[in-house]
Design a protein around this ligand. Structure first.
Ligand code: ADP
Length: 258
């Protein structure tokens, strides 16, 4: 199990993933950025011994980017599978990160794969791939306000079993920091308390809350000998805001913690 990425479960999500996998149900994971969604999927793919194909979705992503396209090489054209087709052929796990960023005409290719047909028609080649039982589709998105207008089409959304992630509660987040960076218990506690204080700041219009990922960065910088206050500025404060006044206000909280 040594090649299984480190992952500390929040609740019964490992069990849910295993049940979804063995019953061939697609999974939707929603939660703020940096709270462990990608790590969870990597952990599960390794645990289930399936190849993982991850696609970071964006608004220029086309169906061909997922399914594949004809390429020219050596004076001829040949077909090149996209990550989705490869995952289907190999019985792997295809993980579409930030799926709401993709255009709706791109995500419709997921429809026949994510209901009981479990097929991927490849229009360009005339093939219809039947997904083997080991294939699993996993998508994630951040339901933060910036995606409010985008959302997911109900007809897409209602094909998935859904799982909500949030930032871990304090004791768990400390264990994550210790396991991930080798930080000592005292430092982990301070950083998590700091993150919770920053997360509680409602009056500052921060687009994103301090994530577990940023805490991992701060602990990593401190662990390699960088000054703790400067590490928190670099890994957390300046990452969270461009506004100088807001940064000063956040730094006051950092100073109170270290
Ligand atoms: P997301 O996909 O939700 O944006 P990630 O999965 O990339 O976030 O998590 C960011 C980082 O936080 C990971 O690289 C890992 O260091 C750490 N992390 C977050 N949650 C966990 C967890 N439950 N177990 C282990 N590491 C975690």
């Amino acid at each position: 199990m040594s090649n299984v990425p480190f992952y500390k479960p929040h609740s019964n999500e490992i069990e849910l993933f295993e049940h979804a996998y063995s019953n061939q149900l697609p999974l939707l994971i929603k939660g703020p950025t940096g709270c462990g969604k990608t790590r969870f999927v990597a952990h599960m793919a390794a645990k289930l011994n399936r190849p993982l194909y991850t696609v970071a979705c964006h608004d220029d992503l086309t169906a061909a980017d997922l399914v594949g396209r004809h390429l020219i090489g050596d004076g001829r054209t040949y077909w090149s599978d996209g990550p989705l087709s490869r995952a289907v052929r190999e019985g792997g796990i295809c993980y579409l990160d930030e799926v709401v960023e993709a255009r709706k005409d791109t995500t419709v290719v997921l429809h026949p794969l994510s209901d009981d047909r479990r097929i991927l028609p490849i229009e360009r080649t005339g093939e219809i791939l039947q997904a083997p039982p080991e294939f699993m589709l996993v998508v994630s998105y951040n339901p933060g306000y910036q995606n409010f207008l985008k959302g997911m089409k109900p007809s897409t959304r209602q094909r998935f079993v859904s799982l909500r992630f949030d930032f871990p509660e304090s004791a768990l987040e400390q264990e994550i920091l210790i396991g991930e960076t080798g930080a000592d218990a005292m430092l982990a506690k301070r950083l998590v308390n700091l993150a919770n204080a920053l997360r509680a700041l409602k009056e500052h219009d921060l687009e994103e809350a301090a994530s577990t990922r940023l805490l991992v960065y701060a602990a990593t910088l401190i662990g390699s000998g960088f000054d703790p206050v400067d590490a928190c500025r670099a890994a957390m404060v300046e990452t969270l805001t461009d506004d100088v006044e807001t940064a000063d206000a956040l730094m006051e909280i950092v100073h109170a913690s270290f």
